[in-house]
Design a protein around this ligand. Structure first.
Ligand code: SAH
Length: 221
């Protein structure tokens, strides 16, 4: 993602576009005001390829690099709302990608630990997020194994389509914690919420179909 100094300006026009995006998302059923406020604050155009800059506030997923996408704002809002984020919570994100979702979680006051499998994206995002004043803990690694050293987490969020629910992510959740993960190997995935009821009991609910890039099992694929 080539960043010109120009691109890193957040101006009234962007604010206006964000306001419209927030209205659109609330019209589509997002009710968590903290989520909407965060989306109203994060300059999504900073995470964009210059080619698509003009379209940064459309409710659409866009290509970033390495064959990956920045999630659609509705999907970001929907997953974040399902997580029920509270200030100060520890959140593990799988699939840092552009860093946009990471920024939304940070705006909500979460402490974010985020893992990216692709070096190219990891290297870009570790530069852009601190430049914007965001300070997540970024890892280049494999989301299937989570981040044992920093567990347990209040919330876990997977932003790639997983073929199954990785056991370590359930284990690294606090009792009372929530894991949101799109599950499925076809074109569409089901948005699954896993609530950890006790150390060994989990309640699973399905929240509809979404489309994600696949969660990778091998590096750089
Ligand atoms: N949250 C991102 C969405 C990016 S798309 C955003 O807001 O932009 C999903 C991301 O998951 C991609 O960047 C992809 O490289 C990453 N990914 C895929 N498999 C992974 C794995 N096993 N571990 C960690 N990240 C993975």
């Amino acid at each position: 993602m080539p960043f010109s100094p120009n691109q890193l300006k957040d101006e009234a026009i962007h604010e206006g576009k964000r306001e419209r995006l927030v209205k659109e998302l609330s019209g589509k059923g997002i009710t968590d005001t903290a989520v909407l406020q965060a989306i109203g604050k994060v300059p999504r155009h900073f995470f964009f390829n210059t080619a698509f800059l003009q379209r940064a506030y459309e409710d659409i997923a866009f290509p970033i690099a390495a064959g990956q996408t920045i999630s659609q704002p509705y999907t970001v809002a929907f997953q974040t709302q399902l997580l029920q984020i509270k200030k100060g919570e520890k959140v593990l994100e799988i699939g840092t990608g552009s860093g946009y979702q990471t920024a939304v979680l940070l705006e909500m006051g979460a402490r974010v630990f985020t893992i990216e499998r692709q070096k190219e994206l990891f290297d870009k995002t570790k530069v852009i997020l601190p430049k914007m004043g965001y300070a997540p803990k970024l890892f280049y690694g494999d989301g299937y194994i989570g981040q044992e050293a920093y567990a347990p987490f209040d919330k876990v969020l997977v932003t790639a389509g997983a073929p199954f629910i990785p056991e370590p992510l359930k284990l690294q959740l606090k009792v009372g914690g929530r894991l949101v993960i799109p599950v499925g190997e076809g074109a569409l995935q089901e948005m699954i919420l896993v609530e950890k009821v006790s150390a060994s009991e989990f309640r699973q609910t399905n929240h509809g179909s979404f489309r994600f890039v696949p969660m990778l099992t091998e590096k750089n694929k």
